[in-house]
Design a protein around this ligand. Structure first.
Ligand code: PMP
Length: 401
């Protein structure tokens, strides 16, 4: 018997990236496709020790229900960390979430009505588009220049915006960072307008030469919603993130999340608080910055060595991704099967566009999980594929991305 699903359920679609990841889980494939952190960076020993300590000293609290907003000392830890970045944050303006992905869903629940205009970078994080889409927004793309997304709030398609979603630091998928000057322009443009700024910052701590400019939230108190996560600095399997925002918005999000999952795991919150209080990040952050930096360097060197001159990219200053542009007319989706035949995977760029037509000639590479040797091998194969095939007419790919 066919059951009737809600109209909204049609808006929940599976991520082409997750589909692709399933396809490439074959031995021998070097994947530059996933957005996963390096498994070797997980602080296994510290988490094991903290787990034992939590069970020894606070087992009942860790195994009991807790507040929907999160446990008080973790909210305070997050607020203190945001104050160090210039945001006048208080603990009651912080909601602990099950990863920042839940934060994105909560943003959709409390800020988007059917037809609300939501401005997004072009390209942007696919998971944010997936989170917002079921609430019926009209996505409008922002154009970019070398400094990042342009605050074109007077453009006809942007004038009624309810919300802007930005990743100012090492954006997924392009690796680009909004300059300090462009942040100031955004702050001036948004000031005194009833537009929420949703600032998603999973990669800000993964900088290579120096920290990125201060969060926009520092300049826009009262209208910023900032999302953070422990996924990239500790482990994504913990599913621990947070949202900071105006107290009344956070309170509404806490009510919305009660409907979904009541709260984030009490055990995970206490475990993470324990390692944070033990100052694990003081050692962990320099370690992962050095790791990703050396892998970024390996990928940039390999690209210089192996790519035809017609392929373009920018060096990211942090994060996990490099964005490649093939010449006009090339189709990164159609070329993917050829790359897979050479045992290399990437994500075609079309997955990351909200509105308008997506260019077919872009792709995302991650340097987070492959070794420098694997990166060199993989980029050499991709260089071959892109040199031999870029002038061919477009062909239908075997993958429907
Ligand atoms: N935002 C961005 C830009 C991301 O890249 C990711 C993870 N890939 C997330 C949010 C969600 O991360 P998590 O739920 O693990 O915190």
């Amino acid at each position: 018997m066919a059951l009737t699903l809600s109209q909204r359920s049609a808006q929940y679609t599976t991520s082409p990236i997750r589909d692709l990841l399933k396809l490439i889980e074959q031995p021998g494939i070097i994947s530059l496709a996933g957005g996963l952190p390096a498994a070797g960076s997980f602080p296994v020993d510290a988490l094991r020790a903290a787990c034992a300590e939590v069970f020894d000293t606070q087992a009942q609290g860790a195994l009991q229900y807790g507040p929907s907003e999160g446990i008080a000392p973790l909210r305070e830890w997050v607020a203190a960390q945001l104050r160090e970045q210039g945001i006048a944050a208080q603990a009651d303006e912080v909601l602990i979430t099950s990863g920042s992905q839940q934060g994105l869903d909560l943003v959709g629940r409390v800020l988007i009505d059917p037809g609300s205009t939501v401005l997004v970078e072009r390209p942007t994080y696919l998971g944010a588009l997936q989170a917002f889409a079921p609430y019926g927004p009209c996505f409008a793309d922002l154009d970019d220049d070398a400094q990042g997304a342009l605050p074109t709030l007077n453009a006809p398609a942007h004038r009624d915006a309810r919300m802007v979603y930005l990743q100012p630091n090492f954006r997924n998928p392009t690796g680009q960072t909004l300059t300090a000057a462009r942040r100031a322009q955004w702050a001036r443009a948004l000031q005194d307008r009833p537009i929420a700024l949703v600032e998603d910052n999973p990669y800000g701590e993964l900088w290579f030469d120096g920290p990125p400019p201060a969060p926009l939230a520092a300049q826009l108190p009262g209208q910023s919603i900032l999302l953070g996560t422990f996924s990239k600095v500790l482990s994504p399997g913990l599913r621990l993130g947070y949202v900071h925002g105006p107290q009344e918005v956070i309170a509404k999000m806490a009510q919305a999340r009660q409907a979904a999952d009541l709260q984030t795991s009490s055990l995970t919150q206490r475990l993470v608080l324990k390692v944070l209080e033990g100052r694990l990040l003081d050692a962990q952050l320099p370690r992962i910055r050095a790791l990703y930096r050396s892998q970024r360097d390996a990928m940039l060197a390999a690209l210089e060595r192996h790519m035809p001159e017609t392929v373009r990219w920018e060096a990211p200053q942090g994060g996990m991704f490099i964005w490649l542009s093939l010449p006009e007319g090339a189709d990164a989706t159609a070329l993917l099967p050829l790359a897979l035949a050479r045992k290399v995977a990437y994500v075609p760029g079309t997955a990351f566009y909200a509105a308008g037509t997506a260019p077919r000639n872009t792709l995302r590479l991650s340097y987070a999980t492959a070794t420098p040797e694997q990166i060199d091998t993989a980029i050499a194969h991709l260089g071959d594929v892109f040199s031999q095939t870029q002038v061919r007419p477009l062909t239908e790919g075997v993958l429907n991305l």
